[in-house]
Design a protein around this ligand. Structure first.
Ligand code: SF4
Length: 255
C-alpha cells in the first residue's frame, strides 16, 4: 500500500503527530534560540527528514548560504533559474557555489515543453505575471521539493508587515516543514554578518538594487523608497507564489 502524505513526510516517525503539531512544538522549543541553533536542528536532526535550502542568490542570500556551508555543506541547495534572471545573478551564483564549496547545488528550470506551451515568445510576464511566475518558478520548485520533508528559506520579519509574524518553523499545508532561521534578524544583522565574514555582495546591490529577482520585473530603488517596492513595479502583484503558507499578500524577496 502506498504511503499517504503524512506517513511519507514523517508520520511514521512521529506517530499521529501532524506536521502542524510538530511545528508548534518546534517553535515552542526554539523560542529563545538563535538562527544558528535553528539551522543546526533543521540540518542535523534526522527526525526532520530530508531538508533543502532554496536560494535565489539574491541581495541577502549569501548569509544563509554561508551558514549552511559551515554547518552542513552537503545540504542540497535548490536554485530556480527562471531563464529571466540577470546575468549578474548567474555569475554570482557560480562564484558563490565555488567559494562556499556548495557541493550539492541543483539548478531548477521549467521544462522546455512547458515554456514552449505557456510562454513561447518569452513575453508572458508583460501581461500575466502570475502565470509567468507559476510556470517559471512555482511549478519547477514544487516538483523539485517533492522528495523533501522540509525546506529552508531566508524570510525575515523586518521585510514587511505581512512577514512580521514569520516563525522559525512553519507548516506547509501539513505536508512539509518550512524553516526560516533568519526570521528574527534585522537588516543590520545581515549587514554585520556579511562584513564580519567578508562575504561578497551581489554586484547589483551597489547599483541600487536592494532586492533582486527576474530582470524584467526588478528595478532599482528610488531615494527614500521601500526596498520591497522594486519588484513588479506598477503592478498589484505582491508575491511570486512560492510562499503562500499563512500569507495573504506580500513582497517576496526570495522569489
Ligand atoms: S518575476 Fe517576472 S519574469 Fe520572473 S517568473 Fe515572475 S513574472 Fe516571470
Amino acid at each position: 500500500m502506498p504511503l499517504d502524505a503524512q506517513q511519507k513526510h514523517g508520520g511514521a516517525k512521529h506517530g499521529a503527530a501532524r506536521v502542524a503539531e510538530r511545528v508548534a512544538a518546534l517553535n515552542a522549543r526554539y523560542r529563545h534560540h538563535g538562527a544558528t541553533a535553528v539551522l543546526e536542528h533543521a540540518l542535523n536532526d534526522a527526525d526532520l527528514g530530508q531538508v533543502a535550502l532554496v536560494s535565489s542568490f539574491g541581495a541577502e542570500s549569501v548569509v544563509l548560504l554561508h551558514l549552511v556551508s559551515v554547518i552542513a555543506p552537503q545540504t542540497p541547495v535548490l536554485f530556480v533559474d527562471t531563464k529571466m534572471l540577470f546575468q549578474e545573478t548567474l555569475e554570482y551564483q557560480r562564484q558563490l557555489a565555488e567559494s562556499l564549496n556548495l557541493c550539492d547545488l541543483r539548478t531548477i528550470r521549467a521544462p522546455k515543453s512547458r515554456l514552449d506551451f505557456e510562454d513561447p515568445d518569452g513575453t508572458l510576464h508583460l501581461f500575466n505575471t502570475t502565470a509567468c511566475c507559476n510556470v517559471r518558478k512555482v511549478e519547477p520548485l514544487e516538483h523539485a521539493l517533492a522528495p523533501f520533508d522540509g525546506w529552508i528559506t531566508g524570510r525575515k520579519r523586518f521585510q514587511g508587515s505581512t512577514r512580521a509574524a514569520v516563525e522559525f518553523f512553519e507548516s506547509e499545508n501539513d505536508l512539509r516543514i518550512k524553516v526560516n532561521p533568519l526570521a528574527h534578524w534585522g537588516r543590520e544583522d545581515i549587514e554585520e554578518y556579511m562584513i564580519n565574514n567578508r562575504l561578497p555582495r551581489h554586484p547589483l546591490v551597489a547599483k541600487g538594487y536592494p532586492s533582486i529577482g527576474c530582470a524584467p520585473c526588478t528595478t532599482p530603488v528610488a531615494p527614500g523608497e521601500d526596498p520591497r517596492a522594486v519588484r513588479w513595479r506598477g503592478s498589484a502583484k505582491a508575491e511570486c507564489g512560492i510562499h503562500t503558507v499563512g500569507v495573504t499578500a506580500r513582497k517576496d524577496s526570495t522569489a
